[in-house]
Design a protein around this ligand. Structure first.
Ligand code: AMP
Ligand code: GLY
Length: 417
């Protein structure tokens, strides 16, 4: 098959790397791609949210399957335009992408179908939001409704902080919800209409600082699997959260197709949904791709063409760890243009692949062009081994304008002691 991959981050570099290893993949084109993706694919400078250009490219290149990496083109309905042109696509249409695009939509779906999640109210104006605060204990969580790249959520530790977050957000759709206590884990499932198959678990590190401190980011590192999500809890989350969601979306005439990423809080009373994403996580995807066995291209094609019954995803029992190297300043304004060296030496470490998240070429020099710059990914038979390899690789990289966390995987590593 000829595959077109939309996106330009570390997630898409990992997808490209994995797709091109599978026997069903003949050619891979990426739009727009990045210098890492260019190692495995031909990159074309096309905006993934420009549906008409994506369709033209797919038709001109006889594309058999389009794989959509990021949420923005999904929420914008690029998958709908492709399907209308009879092109197979891995990723949901705009109606199903509301599961991520609107927090209020996802919460109402949970409420209507008894899916465990934090108690909440939806409000439209700051006055309503302030009044609603009386109904919640502190801490309380304030969420802007739309896509916000992980920056639209405030976990307020005091009433004053909650009021400040509401004032900052201004009038507009918002969700106010109960604070859930527990450990977070991510569950990834392939979904084809009413049917869902478990793919993998992972744990992300969203805060910028060591010990999970400081502002939220897109993710500073991850590992997979997340053993805190035991087989029992995994089955329960599929049964109580993912499967009812797939059935509800299909019954509403807006079937989901693609990968559904459930962000879970493992509370004392069981797994509860924090949020849905309608695509692979970044950097969770970099952690999951090395573990996927079998013909990954064929797997995505089966989901895209309504044949999920034909596949049974198999994951290696190996553990992977991803350490994100970010540019100084992230998640604020990152330093741009810093030179990066040593990726070859890093990849010489056993089991290591360095995915590019935000890089560009300046002549022959690799430079930083984003907040998250590299996703250094290592595989090993157990987490401690993957960790050792990941940091040995990180230490080979020369990137003066960069920083990373040294404690990725700490919760699990502490448990293992
Ligand atoms: P979200 O963008 O919804 O994933 O929220 C970002 C982060 O905020 C999550 O990863 C959690 O750490 C935290 N968070 C969101 N909602 C809640 C909640 N109801 N209770 C506790 N923490 C939450
Ligand atoms: N790493 C979290 C996300 O991709 O949303």
């Amino acid at each position: 098959m000829n595959i077109l991959l939309l996106g330009s981050g570390g997630r898409e570099d990992a997808l490209a790397w994995r797709l091109t290893q599978s026997p069903s993949c003949r050619t891979l084109i990426a739009a727009p791609g990045n210098p890492g993706i260019a190692r495995w694919a031909e990159c074309r400078a096309i905006d993934p949210c420009d549906a008409a250009s994506v369709v033209r490219l797919a038709q001109a290149e006889a594309i058999d399957l389009v794989v959509i990496g990021p949420e923005a083109p999904l929420v914008a309905g690029v998958a709908d335009t492709l399907r209308a042109a009879r092109i197979a696509v891995f990723g949901p249409g705009a109606s199903a992408a509301r599961l991520e695009g609107s927090k209020g939509f996802a919460k109402d779906l949970c409420a209507a179908h008894g899916i465990p999640t934090a108690a909440y109210v939806r409000v439209e104006r700051t006055a309503e939001a302030l009044a609603a605060l009386d109904r919640f204990a502190i801490p309380v969580v304030i969420k802007a409704d739309g896509l916000a790249a992980g920056k639209g959520v405030t976990v307020a530790m005091s009433r004053a902080e909650a009021e400040a977050a509401i004032a900052r957000a201004g009038d507009g759709p918002m969700v106010i919800e109960e604070f859930l206590e527990g450990e977070e884990a991510s569950l990834f499932a392939l979904v084809d209409g009413p049917r869902a198959l478990l793919l993998a678990s992972a744990q992300d590190h969203k805060r910028v600082g060591e010990g999970d401190t400081g502002p939220n980011t897109g993710g500073m590192g991850a590992y997979s699997p997340a053993p805190v999500l035991t087989p029992n809890l995994e089955a329960r989350a599929m049964r109580e959260i993912v499967e009812p969601t797939a059935r509800a979306m299909a019954a509403a005439g807006t079937p989901f197709s693609g990968v559904l990423f459930a962000g879970l809080m493992l509370t004392k009373s069981g797994p509860k949904l924090i949020e849905y994403n309608v695509r692979f996580g970044d950097p969770e995807c970099e952690a999951i791709m090395p573990r996927v066995e079998g013909d990954f291209t064929a797997m995505l094609h089966a989901v895209a063409t309504g044949r999920i019954g034909d596949i049974g995803p198999r994951l290696s029992t190996d553990t992977t760890m991803v350490v994100v190297v970010a540019a100084k300043g992230y998640p604020g304004t990152p330093a741009a243009g810093g030179t990066i060296e040593g990726i070859d030496r890093a990849e010489a470490v056993d089991g290591v692949t360095v995915f590019h998240a935000g890089t560009a070429k300046h002549g022959d020099t690799l430079i930083a062009s984003g907040g998250r710059v590299l996703a250094v990914t290592a595989r090993g038979p157990w987490l401690g081994q993957a960790r050792e390899r990941a940091y040995a690789a990180v230490d080979e990289i020369r990137f003066a304008d960069g920083f990373h966390r040294r404690d990725i995987g700490w919760r699990e590593l502490e448990r293992a002691l």
